[in-house]
Design a protein around this ligand. Structure first.
Ligand SMILES: [Zn+2]
Length: 395
């Protein structure tokens, strides 16, 4: 099993890299790091070991909407709260990306910005509500999540555009009243045309630890089979290989090792091969960079947005902005400040960088001084099984 894991991870990294190298679009306002001056290092402060926050949202509601007191406060965010979340993040140099960028470790964002992901679970009409206009165009409710994000994008286009919708396909962006079922495919088409990702929150939203193995395989592969048919497996907005765990329930290695293995190493269902690239948890803080010793794509933490949690997140950002990811604009290098910010000390995975055939670039965040390059021979060394076990099991 150890060997198989190694092969899987190596293949995954190689495929991801190939994808990155062949499909990368030029960075909008990014310059390659080669020749970057000390002043530019200080201005853009690239940090490719930094954290990437993945925010979790559920219902976006009016101020006076009924909020069920029996559920967690992260289940609701009012229009104003959501707008203010975006404004604060924008003012603190965050920039919207999707989960496919996180799991591939490749960020198409302007220099100096910090990638952040908005995830919306379940696929309700509060996420995307619309009517069909006379000309067949979608008229989007300005107060649903998509409507609010689009209005924000109109005013602040340099916040980026996009989100990750962890869909339960049968909810059809029409749950719980199913009043907009007919618009489901039109909505999905609109989303993927406008840089919003379609993710995978299973076919049935069952607790993955409480169903039989066949149902486990069916419910996880279902959304991917549907999305591949709808938009093609290679569509950049097809993020159905990123699974959002229903209820956050994760099988344990002790009790259900076969399921843990399927999540990390893939499985076949009904003639269809399913290999996840990421698994999203319910909480746990910001996500690590793939160059961190704590990177584990199969247990990616999120930040459930509610007032006290978000306030805590903001105070961490203000205290230590240097802990967040910022790209160097060059897919061939991994650039980090040295010494590292306190929250990142001791997490640099040099082996992972070397195994990916990339060069490590270090600069001094105090004066922009560039250290002598750490050059590695490309692909000369395979990861040891110990490294790979760390990817799969630690979080
Ligand atoms: Zn859910």
């Amino acid at each position: 099993m150890g060997i198989r894991r190694v092969i899987h991870v190596v293949t995954m990294v190689a495929v991801t890299l190939a994808l990155v190298l062949t499909t990368a679009i030029p960075f909008a306002s990014a310059k390659p790091h080669a020749g970057m001056s000390a002043e530019e290092y200080l201005r853009y402060r690239p940090n490719e070991l930094g954290f990437v926050p993945v925010l979790m949202y559920h219902n976006i509601v009016a101020e006076d909407a009924y909020q069920d007191p029996r559920v967690d406060p992260f289940m609701y965010r009012t229009y104003d709260q959501f707008w203010n979340d975006m404004l604060w993040l924008y003012e603190h140099d965050f920039y919207l990306v999707g989960m496919n960028q996180v799991v591939s470790g490749t960020y198409d964002i302007p220099l100096g910005k910090h990638p952040i992901v908005f995830t919306f679970d379940d696929g309700s009409s509060l996420h995307f509500s619309a009517q069909l206009g006379d000309d067949g165009e979608l008229i989007i409710d300005p107060n649903c999540a998509v409507g609010l994000m689009e209005r924000f994008y109109e005013q602040y286009p340099d916040f980026g555009r996009g989100a990750h919708f962890g869909l339960v396909p049968w909810h059809k962006f029409s749950w719980p009243q199913f009043e907009e079922d007919d618009l489901f495919e039109t909505k999905v088409q609109w989303l993927i045309d406008h840089n919003y990702e379609i993710g995978n929150h299973t076919l049935t939203h069952d607790d993955l630890t409480a169903i039989d193995l066949d149902e486990f395989a069916r419910t996880i592969s279902g959304p991917a089979i549907w999305a591949d048919e709808f938009m093609g497996a290679d569509h950049p907005m097809n993020a159905t290989r990123v699974l959002t765990l229903p209820f956050g329930m994760y099988p344990t290695e002790e009790d259900q090792p076969e399921r843990v293995d399927m999540l990390a190493n893939g499985f076949d269902y009904d003639g269809y091969h399913m290999q996840l690239t990421g698994v999203l948890r319910l909480n746990g803080g910001s996500t690590r960079s793939m160059w961190s010793t704590n990177w584990n794509p199969f247990a990616l933490p999120r930040i459930p947005v509610q007032d006290d949690v978000f306030d805590e997140f903001k105070s961490v950002v203000l205290e230590d902005p240097g802990r967040y990811y910022a790209t160097d604009g060059d897919p061939e290098t991994v650039t980090i400040p040295w010494p590292l910010s306190e929250g990142l000390t001791g997490t640099l995975n040099r082996d992972a960088i070397r195994d990916a055939g990339l060069d490590l670039v270090k600069y001094d965040p105090r004066d922009g001084h560039i250290y002598k390059p750490d050059r590695h021979h490309k692909m000369t060394r395979q990861p040891s099984s110990l490294d790979v076990r760390r990817y799969v099991h630690d979080c």
